[in-house]
Design a protein around this ligand. Structure first.
Ligand code: HEC
Ligand code: HEC
Ligand code: HEC
Ligand code: HEC
Length: 219
């Protein structure tokens, strides 16, 4: 009996021949499946990447995980800085700046870039009707478009991520004076050419209240 088993030349070879095409199809099927799966995964991945990368998400997204910063930010002048473009708002200030207090500046492209978030960029402000969440100076004006880091580097399942990694991905942290200077400069009709922007004082004056983070993240 055992000798029959270890002598395949006689009994087993025909059987083996029969199985080769079977086995071949299985390998082929397996490779095809792997390729199909990989193609699906990669295209899906790159689609998400293209859709999310550089995109602005709006302060509602940040609020999901940072409710305290959101609550505090919502009370700042920057949060409501779109409102000052409406007719009748800040009438005296507008008059002094040589603007018409009765005019509606909410669709004026000479004003919008500094009084909204991500104007002209993916996911950014388009108009108050289409993108009301992007009105005003929101989180992403200072921290960069969330699509590039939220849910990837910055996620609840790895809250101990490194700042340097998040920054590579697009997070702006900590925001430097240059970030503020994009808007806080003498192109604003309300400030003269002699405009001085005291960064430390302005941060202290309140962008939002700062809360101690649970993790260090490095810098
Ligand atoms: C899914 C949850 C989640 C969302 C949404 C989210 N964050 Fe975070 N974020 C975190 C976590 C977790 C930390 C680390 C918290 C800690 O250490 O206590 C963090 C930390 C930060 C930090 C500090 C970074 C550092 O390196 O120390 C900033 C700034 C920040 N988030 C900004 C934002 C902004 C702006 C948005 C919206 C565009 C946002 N986050 C959306 C989860 C999130
Ligand atoms: C280059 C960016 C920029 C542009 C362009 C801009 N603003 Fe502003 N605006 C600012 C900044 C920054 C402030 C806050 C100034 C400060 O407190 O230092 C401000 C403040 C204001 C205020 C409040 C003034 C006060 O004293 O309370 C009004 C109203 C205003 N802007 C309306 C407008 C209108 C209307 C336009 C278009 C005609 C415009 N802004 C264009 C950046 C800009
Ligand atoms: C996208 C444009 C934009 C950016 C970026 C920006 N600001 Fe502002 N900021 C404004 C506008 C517009 C106002 C005026 C809001 C109003 O008066 O309605 C303002 C107002 C302020 C105020 C309130 C003024 C006061 O005296 O009470 C402070 C403080 C401030 N900014 C600090 C900063 C700092 C610090 C940074 C950078 C970390 C920064 N801003 C980045 C547009 C911007
Ligand atoms: C005008 C600019 C500006 C805006 C708008 C802004 N931040 Fe910040 N944020 C800062 C600055 C400046 C720091 C402090 C950086 C440092 O520690 O040097 C900071 C720090 C943080 C931190 C770290 C923890 C803390 O409390 O200091 C988180 C988280 C954060 N911001 C989330 C948000 C979220 C969420 C929003 C919107 C709801 C927002 N920020 C809007 C400028 C801004």
């Amino acid at each position: 009996m055992p000798t029959e088993r270890i002598q395949p030349g006689k009994d087993l070879e025909p059987g083996l021949h029969e199985q080769i095409p079977h086995f071949g199809w299985m390998v082929f099927g397996f490779i095809a499946l792997v390729i199909a799966g990989l193609t699906f995964y990669l295209t899906r991945h790159s689609y998400e990447h293209v859709a999310a990368h550089d995109g602005y998400l709006g302060p509602g997204k940040c609020k999901e995980c940072h409710p305290k910063q959101h609550e505090s930010w919502a009370k700042t002048r920057m949060a409501s800085s779109f409102g000052v473009l409406r007719p009748g708002e800040k009438a005296q200030e507008k008059q002094l700046a040589g603007l018409d207090p009765a005019a509606d500046y909410t669709h004026d492209t000479a004003c919008i870039p500094c009084h909204t978030t991500g104007y002209g960029l993916v996911g950014g402000f388009v108009s108050i009707e289409q993108t009301p969440d992007m009105a005003g100076v929101t989180c992403e004006s200072c921290h960069g478009p969330g699509g590039s880091y939220v849910g990837t580097v910055m996620a609840l399942d790895k809250p101990e991520f490194q700042t340097v990694e998040a920054r590579k991905s697009g997070l702006v942290y900590p925001p430097t004076e240059a970030v503020c200077r994009v808007c806080h400069n003498s192109r604003s009709p309300f400030v003269g050419a002699d405009y001085k922007f005291d960064f430390a004082e302005r941060v202290r004056l309140g962008t939002h209240e700062h809360f101690k983070l649970k993790y260090e993240h490095g810098r």
